[in-house]
Design a protein around this ligand. Structure first.
Ligand SMILES: [Mn+2]
Length: 434
């Protein structure tokens, strides 16, 4: 049985009786005139079907039985010659383990049939502007047939609430997908490290990295690759990647391959010359110590914010000791967030089909405890803006982030993004021996 089938069964079990859930793959989006962006289905749809075509809708129906139905594009000789092969309606039930498959052009009449005598309709509220105008007239028509003994749904519910909790805990297939994506991601980082030298452009490192992704079977980047040389690293989501790299610079690369619908996410900061300057090395060691402190806290039962607090403490203490923050006590730095000009983001996020994956971070106002099977990133950084007047000029323009992706295990965590040189010594000798 496919993992997607197991996931649909699990979701169906969580739905109340007499309900229907609708999940769309999405449409192709025009980039300009008549060319499209590469199509990538909505993560919820991909997670539940493993099917990659646009213009498809999955319907999960729960009455006294639980059934799965897919509406998709029919075979079309002419369009397939131009745009590529389609799975087609006939092949879909077997290929995707569905109870039935239908022409997407018949969706409207199918919905009239499926919504009859259901009580609850589950859709993503993020998609409600598409779904509600489509579903309300059908529901209104069903209400007019009450004397024929037909009842209409009386409640819309947000499917995200159920489905995203399910996606947050990674099943075996998801764990395998994340491991694979992480492995390819690391290979891309190593290729970029191999390419790095003074006098080339940031986009050349991006090309090495993304070439490796493609060679290893990744169809998309999980997000836009960041290659930030020197002070560009102080821009957190820098993606212009068009500046020259020089020997005095560090380069920060934050990138992830997407494989089988799972995202890699890893950040690496290293010196173009292969040797850290004194100041670069000091800040690097501090970020790495913060990351290690954060990682050391990760295990089931620990609240989500604990790794962040551990990282903040190390960074605050370090910047204070170096004289980069003026304060009378560590508590003052932490309580008044005096570290924020240097470290302004969180230490991580959920990771899965989406790089910033779904799932609540707080429950009833409190940071939720980690649970075995969750995947998250651990990515502290220090960014000393080039115009930061209050610090000595020798520190300015240094931006460093170190990021790994981890899976929460029964007793602690498994690092997914293994295989990169991480300590200062490891990086320097790797760069020398490459
Ligand atoms: Mn990240």
């Amino acid at each position: 049985m496919q993992p997607f089938t197991l996931r649909r069964q699990k979701l169906l079990s969580a739905l109340p009786d007499n309900s229907i859930a609708l999940i769309a793959s999405g449409h192709e989006q025009i980039r300009n005139r008549d060319t499209h962006y590469p199509f990538r289905p909505h993560s919820d749809f991909q997670y539940l079907t493993g099917f990659n075509e646009p213009d498809a809708v999955l319907a999960l129906i729960k009455t006294n039985t639980m059934t799965c139905h897919l509406c998709l594009r029919p075979k079309d000789k002419e369009r397939e010659i131009w745009d590529g092969l389609r799975l087609g309606i006939e092949a879909a039930p077997d290929a995707l383990e569905m109870d039935s498959a239908h022409d997407i052009n018949d969706l409207q009449s199918l919905l009239s049939e499926w919504l009859a005598n259901k009580a609850y309709v589950f859709i993503s509220f993020d998609e409600s502007t598409t779904w509600i105008p489509r579903l309300l007239p059908i529901i209104q028509q069903l209400k007019r047939r009450v004397r024929q003994g037909i009842s209409a749904p009386h409640q819309f519910s947000d499917l995200d609430k159920l489905l995203h909790e399910q996606r947050l805990i990674k099943d075996e297939a998801a764990q395998a997908g994340l491991r694979k994506a992480a492995k390819v991601t690391v290979s891309g980082h190593l290729a970029a490290m191999r390419t790095a030298r003074s006098g080339i452009y940031e986009y050349e490192l991006q090309a090495s990295l993304e070439q490796t992704y493609k060679q290893l079977g990744s169809t998309h980047q999980a997000f836009s690759t960041i290659v930030a040389g020197g002070k560009n690293a102080c821009i957190l989501h820098y993606t212009e990647n068009n500046q020259l790299l020089c020997n005095a610079d560090l380069v920060l690369i934050d990138a992830g391959a997407e494989i089988d619908g799972y995202a890699g996410d890893c950040t690496n900061t290293f010196p173009i010359s292969g040797r850290f300057s004194n100041e670069q090395g000091i800040i690097y060691d501090l970020v790495l110590a913060a990351q290690q402190a954060a990682l050391a806290t990760i295990k089931p039962g620990v609240n989500y914010d604990v790794p962040h607090k551990a990282a903040v403490k190390v960074i605050a203490q370090g910047l204070w000791s170096l004289g980069l923050i003026n304060a009378t006590s560590l508590d003052e730095i932490i309580n008044n967030e005096l570290y924020k000009p240097f470290y302004m983001h969180q230490t991580g996020h959920w990771l899965g089909c989406d790089v910033h994956d779904v799932g609540e971070y707080k429950i009833n106002g409190s940071w939720r405890p980690l649970v075995e099977g969750m995947a998250l990133t651990v990515e502290p950084g220090i960014y000393i803006a080039p115009d930061m007047q209050q610090v000595d000029v020798k520190w300015r323009g240094i931006g460093i982030r170190i990021e790994d992706s981890v899976l929460v295990t029964e007793t602690g965590y498994e690092c997914l993004t293994i295989g990169l040189p991480r300590t200062r010594d490891e990086i320097e000798s790797w760069m020398q021996n490459r």
